[in-house]
Design a protein. Sequence first.
Length: 260
Amino acid sequence: MWRNDRIGFRLASVRGVSLALALLALPACRLRDGALVQDGASPAPSDIAVEAAASGDGNEGTEAGEPPGLIAAPDIAGCSDGSREGFRSFELWPDIAGCAGAFDQPGVLGEMATLRSCNSLAGDTNTNVLGIHCSAADLCAPSWHLCRGGADVAVHSPSGDCESCVPAGEQRFFIAAVAASSMGICSPDPQASNDLHGCGGLGEPEDATCSPLSRRMGFADCLGTKGVWSCGGQADSLQEARLVRKSGTTLGGVLCCRGD
């Protein structure tokens, strides 16, 4: 009996050493979504925020850890539902707003930057929270518009940029109507539809040519939101701004600037 116990102890020791060596061989990896991912790779959006957003019907922002918006008349809030989620101070940012919500009409370029297809009834506290038949522009109040790129944001933001659009670490992205080339260079050409561009805390750091916008999202970043943001697949990796839809009210929405 003692001999068998000793053999078993030795086997367990060998296995323990083997496991320890295997773990030491993987110091630069982490587990995400069931797969090992090399450190230094582009991080996915906050897993907690994404999973919470994907677990419900898209109208559970506060349950996903997102603070509720500030409420005011749409003309003051800048958002069609009267609830502002980005640039959350009417006094500090009277002319620019981040408006959370969904829209199922694709794109933010050309005609889609101004087209309102559901009578501005979109938004996370409005009557059409799922954004059915709504465009991105429907999230802006009638007297406001989807911000037209970095120059428009610079004019309407008192600081001239995206600073304090959301608190540090908050996983929200607010999109502007921005075109960019395959090299990521922002451009007035509406056919240059690479990536999504805007302000917030979700996505990757923005290219300097798109300043003062601070964040961008490609198709991989959209996939990381598990359907909340949708902007095509790998074959569409240069057309995100033309294809973008948003199925839920969490993880952001659009940037709205005062005026028509």
